[in-house]
Structure formats: C-alpha cells, structure tokens
Design a protein around this ligand. Structure first.
Ligand code: ATP
Ligand code: MG
Length: 422
C-alpha cells in the first residue's frame, strides 16, 4: 500500500472543522485590522528564496524542495510566504497603490525538508501578514497585536510575547564587527555552518542549534548595546505602543532574525503551556526594511509575521481548549416506504435550495437506522415522511432538541419549516 509521505498529514472530517474555524477567525481578524488576502503560487523560481530568505539560512541550505521542471527551470516549493508576497508587491507595482501601507495576509501550505517531529512537518500551513510601505513603529505594534489577538480570540492563555530590536543598518554593522571579533579567535571550535556564517552573516551563529551551548554564545556582544540613538528611540516607541495596547511582552536581547535586511523589531510568540513539548515557538516575525530592494523593488519598509496552524492547534490541545465548533445539520429526512423515499428526494432538494443543511438516507435503511443516523449527525430536526403523510399532503417534523413534533403541509413545507426552525 502506498502511504502518505513522511512529515505530511491528512486532515480528515472531524478535525478539518478546527482548521476551518481557525482560518475563518484569522480572516475575520484581518478584515478588522484591514489586511487583505493575497494568493501566490505554491512554487516559485528557486532564486527568489536564495535572495529573499538568504543563502546562509537552514531553510535555503537544507530544507528547500528544489526541482527542475521539464523546461529545465530551477523551481522550489515555497518554504515560507514573505518572499513571494514581496515578489508580487514588486511585480504588480503595489508600491504605487494610492492606499499605503499595503497590508496583506496569506494562508497556505509551505514545504520544508525537515526532520519530522511534533510540531515540525514537511508540509505545514502558515498564516502570515505583511505590511509594506510604512516605517511607523505603530505598525510594528499593530502587526504584533494582530498575532496576539488571534491567539487570544481562540482562547489561548499561556502565550508569551518576546521582542527585540536588531537596530538599523548602522547599529547592525557595529554589532556585526563586534560579533566577528568575538567569535573569530575560536571559530575552529564551531560547526562548519558557523564557520561559514562568520564572514557571511555572523548574527546567524547566535541562532545555531548545534553550537548553542558553546561558552562564547553567552558572552557574545548583545545587539542592545549597539543600538544607535534612532534605533533605541524606535524600539522604545514600539514598546510604548504595546503597553498602550495592554499587550504584555518581555525583551530578549538574544532573539535574532539572521538576515541582513532584517532590522529594528524582531518578535516571537511562544506557548508556555505544560506538555506543549520542546518546540514552543508559535509565531515569528519582524521588520525587513531591505527586503523589497533585495527583490528588485524600490526601497520600501516592511514588517510581518508567520505562524503555523499546526503549532497553534498543538497549543490549543496543550491548554485543553475545545473550539466552539457548531454542528450544522438543520434537517434529516427520514422516509418510510418506496413512494415516500422517492418523494424525499424532492423534499431534501427544496430544503437545500432554501439554504438549509440537510441530508437523507441513501442505503435504503429501515426507519430505526435512519433515526440513528439523524442522531449521530446531530440533526436539529427530523422530517418524517411516511406513505400516509404523503397521501394527505403532510410531513411530520420532530425537534430533536426538545422532542416536540408537529405536522407541516407538504405544499408549504419550506415556509413552515423556516418558521419552525428559526
Ligand atoms: P523553528 O526554529 O521552529 O524551525 P523557524 O524559525 O524555522 O522555526 P519561521 O520560518 O520563522 O520558523 O516560521 C514561522 C512559524 O512557522 C514558526 O514560528 C512555526 O510556528 C511555524 N513553523 C516553522 N516550521 C514549521 C514546520 N516544519 N512545521 C510546522 N510549523 C512550522
Ligand atoms: Mg526552522
């Protein structure tokens, strides 16, 4: 038997409703915050991610699904959303839109060749937003607020927001020099990736999973000490806004996003729920004022975040939160006898055309089995059509919540059923 590929999952009825609920809430929130949906392709030119994610990152070096198509083009399944959104922003000249900043959101599958474990899949769904065209620290707070709001809306209590600043490019290059000076003398003790990163992007050494316990990690120069006055001011403003919005946070100077064009605000949201497991990061985001230029657009500031629905669902489970998923069957049509069964096709169709969620038996089952089904699917009402009723132009309708039963006129069924079920 052919099995599902490693690191992927089937989301079956019974579980998919959770996904739909979360995606729906995310969409509603984006509407409230005035972020509009953008849909980009599942695959892109691999080069987009080399530039947009960076060739020193794990994502590009180890995790990307790259392939040649039949025309010998180098393509990649998208490992994340930001690069593609920025490509579309540039390609469609959205920087020229009258309404700025351009505020976008996306939801969809991302692909990374990772070692599968709890909370880590090879295909996973990210929800993310990007706000392009404003350098106001208030938009940083807005983006963070949107992510926090989603977790709150879904009922999560044990989430923690951690923020940091990477400063502007002046601050970053001062910090970079200090990092190189710090690691250079003993870089031989670090992994090959870190040795490579020293020249290309020393900030990423701080993010290394292999060498994270090396003693030089703790003593590494902190970005906070290298922020120039403008960057400090910017970071202060972001914090002030978060305070005004009553969003609690902690500052962690070791939180980094390793790419050259990341600057100022960086943030992560983690779950502190017991039993959530080793991977606690639910959401990561930050400001990327150099990215649009990197993808051949005009210099445009931007900020965004991405979170995965998989980890969000794990966090809900860790906090034992049941989402209020509504049962949706308005009416189950039970028929007794051949002509009633034939007539039930019409009745069912009328219900559906009138906007009701309805179903009937298709296996020619006995009345008892039909009622059982109605029960199992939690139908609010059961319409019972027997030969006698049919002859008299009637149909019985039973309210499954209180057991009350009434007789409706077949000729006015929809109208009467509508009144009954209000
Ligand atoms: P990690 O350090 O856990 O690998 P990351 O830095 O690679 O995370 P990002 O690229 O910032 O993650 O992606 C944003 C969010 O997407 C993460 O915070 C996480 O919630 C989710 N995510 C990332 N990789 C996966 C995956 N393989 N499976 C499920 N969710 C993921
Ligand atoms: Mg990762």
């Amino acid at each position: 038997m052919v099995k599902i590929p490693r690191g992927t999952q089937d989301i079956l009825p019974g579980t998919v409703e959770k996904w739909q609920y979360i995606e729906e809430k995310a969409k509603e929130l984006c509407q409230r915050f005035q972020y509009q949906e953008i849909r980009t392709p599942i695959f892109e030119h691999a080069e987009l991610f080399l530039r947009g994610v960076g060739d020193t990152t794990d994502i590009v070096q180890k995790e990307m699904y790259v392939f040649k198509d039949r025309g010998e083009r180098d393509l990649a399944l998208r490992p994340e959303g930001t690069a593609a959104v920025v490509r579309a922003f540039v390609e469609h000249k959205m920087f020229g839109y009258a309404n700025q900043p351009v505020k976008l959101f996306y939801t969809g599958p991302m692909f990374r060749y990772e070692r599968p474990q709890a909370g880590r899949y090879r295909q996973f769904v990210q929800f993310g937003v990007e706000a392009l065209g404003s350098e106001d620290p208030a938009i940083d707070a807005e983006v963070i607020g949107l992510a926090m709001n989603l977790y709150e809306t879904l009922g999560l209590k044990k989430v923690k927001l951690v923020i940091n600043s990477l400063g502007d490019s002046e601050s970053r290059s001062a910090h970079r020099e200090a990092l190189v000076a710090h690691f250079q003398p003993r870089i031989g003790e670090f992994c090959a990736d870190c040795q490579n990163r020293l020249e290309k992007n020393p900030l990423r050494i701080l993010d290394c999973k292999k060498d994270r316990h090396h003693e030089l990690m703790n003593t590494a120069p902190s970005i906070i000490d290298y922020l120039n006055s403008e960057s400090t001011l910017y970071f202060g403003k972001v914090q002030q806004y978060l305070q005004r919005m009553n969003i609690p946070f902690t500052v962690d100077a070791t939180l980094v996003r390793g790419l050259d064009y990341y600057n100022h605000t960086a943030f992560e949201i983690m779950s502190e729920a017991e039993g959530f497991g080793a991977i606690t990061t639910l959401c990561g985001g930050g400001r990327y004022n150099g990215l649009v230029e990197m993808i051949d657009g005009p210099s445009t500031p931007g900020i965004g975040f991405a979170l995965s629905i998989e980890r969000l669902i794990s966090a809900l489970e860790a906090e034992n939160i049941e989402l209020p998923i509504k049962q949706k069957v308005d009416c189950y049509v039970v028929s007794l006898g051949d002509s009633a069964r034939e007539y039930s096709v019409k009745l069912l169709h009328q219900l559906r055309q009138a906007g009701f969620a309805a179903d009937k038996d298709y296996l020619n089952r006995k009345a008892k089995a039909q009622f059982k089904t109605a029960d199992r699917i939690n139908a609010r009402f059961v319409a019972i059509l027997g030969e006698d009723e049919l002859q008299n132009g009637k149909v019985k309708v039973k309210n499954m919540e209180n057991g009350e039963q009434v007789e409706l006129e077949l000729a006015q069924f929809i109208q009467q059923f509508s009144e009954l079920s209000q």
